[in-house]
Every structure is written in C-alpha cells, then in structure tokens.
Design a protein around this ligand. Structure first.
Ligand code: CA
Length: 226
C-alpha cells in the first residue's frame, strides 16, 4: 500500500517508516500538518496515518480538510492523548480509526489490515448528478452536458457540498463550516465570490440553471422549475 505518515517526532516517524517499509508498504513522511495536508491532497494514498499533535496544522484540522476533498481514503489517527473526548473529536473529524500512543507495532499492522479490508468491501462512491451535471467524487471529474468542467479544489468542494445537499437550501454558515472548515466572519463575501465562479463554469451558457441564491437564506442546487 502507498501510505502517507504525518508525524513530527523524527524518531517515531523513522521507526514507523522502517517497520512499514519492511511490510512492503511505500511510505511518504510529512513532518508537520501543513506539509501533510499538501501531500495528502496532491498524491493518491491508500492510507493516511495522522498524528494528532502536529506543528503547523493540527491532525484534526488536516483530517477535516482531507475528508472534505477525499471521502474515501482511510485515515488512522495517532493520539498521545487517549482521552475519550479526543477519540471522539478524531472520529468526528473523519478518521476511520485511532491508536493511542504508545502502541505496539503489531497492533498498528493489524489495524492497517482491517482498514484495507473495509476499503475493499466499501461500495463504489456513486457519481452525483443534477440534470446534465455530473460530479465524480473519486476521479474529481465534473461534466456539464457531457463536457468536462475545470474547477479549482475549492470550487470542487463547494459544488460537491451543494450537490450532496441538492434540493435543500444550505446557509452561508453551513458552507463555511463544511467547505471552508471554519466559521470565520460570515460578513465576508468569499462565498458569493465562489458561487459566482461556479455559476460561470457550471451554468453560463447552459439551461437549466442549477445554482440558485435565496436572498437572506442561502443557496440551493436544483433544477430551476421556472
Ligand atoms: Ca506529534
């Protein structure tokens, strides 16, 4: 398997990399959260092993952001904390499993085997559709009327969120929390800007229009009945 290990303690990282390589896994190591996230989003991995306490960006934050872009990749969280709340936070952030440090290497291997079995059994991620718009969450390909549409990662995440909730009005706060992974100042017009980017790419020159604004309420992806 191709594994990304995000771990800032050099000794732990070296030990795990060596041990996993001996099991014929290919292991990339990132030593902080920012590098880990960049690596996770730019390279397809079969598994991400993610330390929780990391410089740059916490493991929880990395986990949330990876999940927003890649619902399928198994994530195993390493935590030194071991408190129930930390485990819950890790699982809520999108981790599939966690392991409390210090752990036995054999247990790590067993959990990796379990995650990879679960992955093989997992149903294929269905394509999302709305009228003649399609979005493939795995290949990240978006098409309108059969033509590919080039989106940035953020535009893709926004469209993915709207399509997952198609027919339902999503508020700016919903979008900030799920697509921007933050709840910063909702007075900012960043969402309107991105909605306009999406409209230009998805709706301009096409009928029916699929992305709609409900003033004072939010946005909805649906086929315009008018
Ligand atoms: Ca750490």
């Amino acid at each position: 398997m191709k594994i990304l290990l995000v771990e800032d303690e050099p000794k732990v990282a070296a030990f795990l990399q060596k041990g996993l390589s001996e099991q014929t896994h290919a292991v990339d190591v990132a030593a902080d959260g920012v590098l880990g996230l960049r690596q996770a989003l730019s390279t397809p991995y079969d598994l991400i092993i993610l330390d929780q306490l990391l410089p740059g960006l916490s493991g929880l934050e990395v986990c949330r952001q990876v999940r927003a872009h890649n619902p399928a990749v198994p994530i195993l969280m390493l935590t030194a904390l071991g408190e129930t709340d930390d485990k819950i936070r890790g699982l809520d952030a999108g981790a599939d499993d966690y392991l409390v440090k210090p752990f036995a290497f054999q247990e790590l291997l067993a959990r990796i085997r379990a995650l990879s079995r679960r992955r093989q059994d997992a149903p294929v991620q269905p394509q999302l559709r709305l009228a003649d718009l399609t979005l493939d969450p795995v290949s990240k390909v978006v098409t309108r009327a059969g033509q590919p549409v080039q989106l940035t990662a953020r535009e893709f995440a926004l469209l993915h969120y709207l399509l997952r909730n198609q027919g339902r009005v999503v508020s700016r706060v919903d979008i900030l929390e799920h697509v921007w992974e933050t709840s910063f100042d909702t007075g900012s017009n960043v969402i309107d800007v991105y909605i306009n980017f999406l409209r230009k790419k998805i709706d301009k020159g096409f009928e029916p229009k699929l992305i709609h604004t409900l003033v004072g309420m939010g946005y909805v992806a649906k086929v315009n009945e008018v």
